[in-house]
Design a binder for this molecule. Structure first.
Ligand SMILES: C[S@@+](CC[C@H](N)C(=O)[O-])C[C@H]1O[C@@H](n2cnc3c(N)ncnc32)[C@H](O)[C@@H]1O
Length: 158
């Protein structure tokens, strides 16, 4: 498979995974968190499929496309671990987290996602979902949409 085809598969999995998660949390209380704004592509998708939810965004940098800059009151700029602790202190409760802090280096990314897991867990409402390309700990792994192959995207329930 060429890198181009691999990229298409990853993007399709991401879109299908986000759409699936948005449907799963229908009727569930709680906000949404985009963990890793980057260019803003997945944030843009989340706000399109979840227009009524408050979507918090964490990133240490602001590099989003101008059309994908979150409202200032929802953007927590800084290191994710510190920002997650701040959210816990202010009592934020989340129905959905999309985790994408990885840089594409599997071992380093997995170590980071595992380290972030205990900071994400206390924010989740019971039954809330975390979806991620990197492995998390302390959540129940669940099957995502049929169109997404097992290892390509990971789905967890709090
Ligand atoms: C792969 S990009 C996110 C891509 C984004 N979801 C999109 O669709 O464009 C990862 C982002 O995570 C941020 N990041 C990585 N580690 C971080 C950390 N420990 N704290 C805060 N931000 C971090 C980087 O600055 C980068 O913007």
């Amino acid at each position: 498979m060429s890198r181009l085809e691999s990229m298409r598969r990853r993007l399709t999995a991401q879109i299908d995974g986000l759409n699936w998660a948005a449907r799963q949390i229908e009727g569930m209380a709680g906000d949404v968190l985009e963990l890793g704004l980057g260019n803003g592509r997945t944030y843009d998708h989340l706000r399109e499929v979840l227009p009524k939810r408050r979507i918090w965004v964490i990133d240490r940098e602001m590099n989003a496309h101008p059309s994908c800059v979150p409202p200032a009151e929802n953007f927590l700029q800084g290191d994710a671990d510190r920002m997650l602790m701040q959210m816990a202190q202010t009592g934020t409760r989340l129905a959905l987290v999309h985790y994408e802090l990885g840089i594409g280096v599997a071992e380093k990314d997995a170590a980071k996602s595992r380290a972030m897991s205990p900071l994400i867990a206390p924010l989740m409402v019971p039954g809330g979902l975390v979806i991620s390309q990197d492995p998390l700990e302390g959540f129940e792994p669940v099957a995502g949409p049929d169109t997404v192959e097992g290892e390509r995207y990971l789905f967890y329930r709090a």
